[in-house]
Design a protein around this ligand. Structure first.
Ligand SMILES: Nc1ccn([C@@H]2O[C@@H]3COP(=O)(O)O[C@H]3[C@H]2O)c(=O)n1
Ligand SMILES: [Zn+2]
Ligand SMILES: [Zn+2]
Length: 250
């Protein structure tokens, strides 16, 4: 069984040298996208993956660097790929706000009678803390995490053993207790704000307070353009590079 994560982008919301952070879970049988920022369709084109090869899209939260490419994907699947549908993995609450507050303006079409997310995507509602089996080789689970006060936000477990933070404020207890001690995740993909205070993101300084044994499992993503100047300053952690493939089959 082959299971890999390919980073489509590794940059922060405002990075210009790196695409928006999003990832492709590539299993033997399916390709599942985690988030779809404004730059994600370009990145997909660069790796030669057609939109109709994506079996589903999982959304963490509704900032534009995570959902800004969804309108393009929806329109192109419908008009360029012969009304091809893909699955959208979301909690019901997130689906509601994703449509009402992000996508409705562009995607609603009174002439065609399109007025809901389900007119473009096959909605698969995830329950928080409930593993969802996509196929025999791939299970995903979303857990609510804190990013912006009072805004829905999810982190993701893949096959129980890989943790994808998406955007979160530092949560040391979650990482130590749940991610490492309880689940023994071998791979942790974590957002990383390199400088300044981490009001809505986790900072490099905060991640450096983790034990080396945990740092070894961490790939840093969602970084700013000055990332190269931090080489050698990330303890046991590694910057994941755009389009890099990480084997998570273990
Ligand atoms: N309270 C907030 C809200 C947002 N932001 C910045 O806006 C970006 C939106 O995308 P992001 O990737 O979540 O990163 C956020 C912060 O840079 C911020 O710095 N403080
Ligand atoms: Zn972001
Ligand atoms: Zn965000």
């Amino acid at each position: 069984m082959s299971l890999q994560i390919q980073m489509l982008g590794t940059g922060s919301a405002f990075a210009k040298n790196y695409y928006n952070t999003s990832a492709l879970i590539r299993s033997t049988d399916v390709n599942i996208l985690i988030d779809c920022g404004a730059t994600t369709p370009r990145s997909l084109a660069e790796i030669g993956l057609e939109l109709d090869q994506i079996d589903g899209i999982l959304i963490s939260h509704i900032h534009a660097d995570h959902v800004g490419g969804l309108e393009e994907v929806a329109f192109r699947l419908f008009y360029q790929y012969n009304q091809k549908r893909t699955k959208l993995y979301v909690t019901e609450a997130l689906a509601q706000t994703l449509w009402e507050n992000t996508l409705k303006g562009g995607l609603s079409n009174p002439t065609e009678g399109f007025n809901q997310l389900g007119d473009y995507f096959d909605l698969v509602y995830l329950e928080e803390y409930v593993p969802y089996v996509i196929d025999t080789n791939l299970t995903i689970e979303v857990i609510p995490t804190l990013h912006i006060n009072q805004k829905l936000n999810y982190s993701i477990f893949i096959n129980h053993r890989t943790f994808y933070s998406a955007d979160i404020q530092f949560n040391k207890e979650l990482l130590i207790q749940e991610v490492v001690h309880t689940r023994n995740c071998h791979t942790i993909l974590h957002d990383c704000q390199l400088s300044g205070s981490g009001f809505v993101h986790t900072t490099l300084g905060e991640l450096l307070t983790l034990p080396a044994e945990i740092q070894k499992r961490i790939y840093l993503m969602h970084y700013d353009d000055d990332m190269p100047s931090y080489y050698g300053q990330t303890g046991e952690m590694t910057f994941v590079q755009q389009h890099a493939l990480i084997d998570i089959s273990g």
